[in-house]
Design a binder for this molecule. Sequence first.
Ligand code: SF4
Ligand code: SF4
Length: 427
Amino acid sequence: MIKRSFIGLTKPMLKYEALDLKTPEPTIIQEPKKVSLFLDKTYGFKDTILLKIGDTVKTGQKLSVSENSDAYVISTVTGKISSIETLAGDYGKTFTSVSIEVDENEEIDDQFKTLAAEPTLDSAINFLSGVPGKPAFKIFSDPEKPINTIIVNGVDRDLLVGTNQYVIKSDIDAVKNGVRILKKITGIDNILIAVPQNMMQDAIGGGAQVVTVDSEYPATLPAMMMQSILGQILPAGQSCEDMGVCFLSAEAVASIGTAIEEGRIPSTKTVTFINKDGVKSLASAKIGTPVRNIINAFGVTLNEKDRLISGGPMTGATLYSENFPVLADTDAIMIQDRDNIPFISDYPCINCGECVRACPANVPVNMLVRFLEAGQYEEAADQYDLYSCIECGLCSYVCVSKMPVFHYIKLAKYELGRTTSAEATNA
Ligand code: SF4
Ligand code: SF4
């Protein structure tokens, strides 16, 4: 087993930007005429489809597409289903998209309200897995991976993003409720809230022990926090959950608190909007709202060849359409001007070693990249620590040859994951 310390040879010099002392109010994005809700699952001809075009749905109603699957979405609006289709995401990922034409006369589904009076892990799994922040409740019901610690992440994983800092500053009472409910439904008492040093006072009312994280990127990635907060080094290829630790975003915990306290399922996502000049603002939009509506609300014109990104500058993924909706875990939308898009080349690696010096997981990136370029993924994993990578993106950022190293790594992990699941299915 490969074990790596997350201390690089030279420390990365990128700093997280703290949210302004005066909490900024998010721009409220008007409810769209149509929302698109995504299920992380697709369906075949043999599946029994439970929804059809023309069905009417209420706000808060649970929508399951197939009775053969426990995947679902909660409708964030009242209206009529106008399409159900399969869409492709990045790295071959596929979704089922359910689009709903919004009716102005909102009706609230009250099935969850009854369950909220006596919250259980089952009701959370069955109704709250798609709330803003997207808490992964199923982790708590896996007997083979018992969780003993929950870390509420009050800092955002990528640079320029301030979504979870905003939740800590503006809604600490909801976080406190969420912490209380999590303790009750999971039986886990060891819950910590992680924030930057300057937000300790904001987090104190959250009902859990407050710990601080460093301000240098990538200190807020879970693998780094495992080491800085808990003193545990994540072995290559293992997840935090494998080691009994679950990370939930502050927004997810606040959403759980609000849901149980008010008996309704939250549907409004806080999103950091990063403009072409790098200036960031906050927006509040219904899950399912097209990204275009956020861009328009800030008066930004998207020109041909500008780049639209879901996420932050280090680890975000390109979106190919302004119609892509805000999802439960969309923490940021970023636009890069066509004249400022970082150059990516097909120049070869010159073995300068910059990536090795920057890598917080001490991966021999200069060697790894040679195997990734050649599509030799298994060799990359066996010999050059592919699975020690914590996906911070610093290697791409510093690469002198401007190679898309981080994207090679993500593609390799995706391809190896696909092979492993195909082998497990055929076994
Ligand atoms: S993305 Fe690159 S720099 Fe970051 S951990 Fe992985 S290999 Fe290292
Ligand atoms: S920074 Fe780029 S060019 Fe330099 S060793 Fe790493 S991959 Fe090669």
